[in-house]
Design a binder for this molecule. Structure first.
Ligand SMILES: C[S@@+](CC[C@H](N)C(=O)[O-])C[C@H]1O[C@@H](n2cnc3c(N)ncnc32)[C@H](O)[C@@H]1O
Length: 249
């Protein structure tokens, strides 16, 4: 099974780092507030953060009172940034692919992941492995690209626009064709996996979870008006989907 490690690509990493350092970005303005609102009280919790990236979430969990955070990621560049900029005495960063988490020999109170499961080929196995790492009362909170956002093949504009460039409609294609999509995004062959919404739900249920909450990303009218180039499309479709799940007993 191939494991893409695109964040160690120099150009891709530089682009990602630059976009995260802009004050107005999708992660900080849209993804993080929703994910954080879905978290339980973190006081004293042992947390596994899958695909921790540059460590912003891990650092936040540490500040919110977590007992410990283990952040894993496949990218050495992302981990290097995390270790340098988002360290704390109760955070451990470790290089590990999410495909290999079954080798972790401890259990957690909470497993989180932000925008990482787009890259997993075998979602069912990943969820089953996550479940094994969770204590009985533990929860899993994660976000990923919304199926309406991944139903795109990269060969056309994501939006039909007016002559002046205003977004009229979101364009999607082959919604029911699941699996690997290679699109041009910073690099020529950016790989992610598209799944339908029902597929996501059924994988979660099949893997022994109960869904406690689901959200689709939205953004206020005010933000859309203020930053139309960045967020103008969010009225047409959500960019991200979020789930909070617990283990079915
Ligand atoms: C969009 S970034 C999100 C980073 C971080 N979670 C955040 O929200 O800021 C995706 C992250 O997933 C990591 N990643 C991609 N494939 C992975 C894999 N197979 N195993 C572990 N991490 C992976 C990337 O290296 C990158 O750090």
């Amino acid at each position: 099974m191939s494991k893409q490690n695109i964040y160690d690509n120099e150009a891709f990493f530089d682009n990602f780092q630059k976009s995260r350092s802009d004050k107005i970005n999708f992660n900080d303005c849209i993804e993080s507030p929703i994910l954080l609102s879905m978290l339980p009280n973190l006081k004293g919790k042992e947390i596994l953060n899958i695909g921790c990236g540059m460590g912003q979430h891990a650092k936040q969990y540490s500040k919110m009172g977590a007992a410990s955070v283990l952040g894993i990621d496949i990218s050495e560049k992302m981990l290097e940034y995390a270790r340098t900029h988002n360290n704390a005495s109760n955070i451990t960063y470790q290089r590990m692919a999410m495909e290999d988490i079954e080798c972790i020999d401890r259990q957690f109170d909470l497993v989180t992941s932000s925008l990482v499961f787009d890259y997993i080929e075998d979602f069912d196995t990943l969820l089953k492995n996550i479940s094994m790492l969770m204590k009985e009362e533990a929860q899993l909170v994660f976000s990923m690209s919304h199926p309406m956002a991944t139903a795109w093949d990269g060969t056309y504009d994501r939006y039909t626009r007016t002559e002046s460039g205003e977004r009229l409609y979101a364009n999607i294609s082959n919604y029911f064709v699941e699996g690997l999509r290679k699109v041009k995004w910073v690099v020529d062959d950016y790989e992610l996996y598209h799944r339908t919404f029902s597929s996501l739900i059924n994988s979660i249920i099949k893997s022994g979870f109960i869904i406690e909450e689901c959200q689709e990303s939205h953004i206020s009218d005010e933000m859309r008006m203020q930053f139309p180039a960045m967020f103008g499309g969010t009225i047409h479709r959500p960019d991200f989907v979020f789930f909070r799940c617990k283990k079915a007993v």
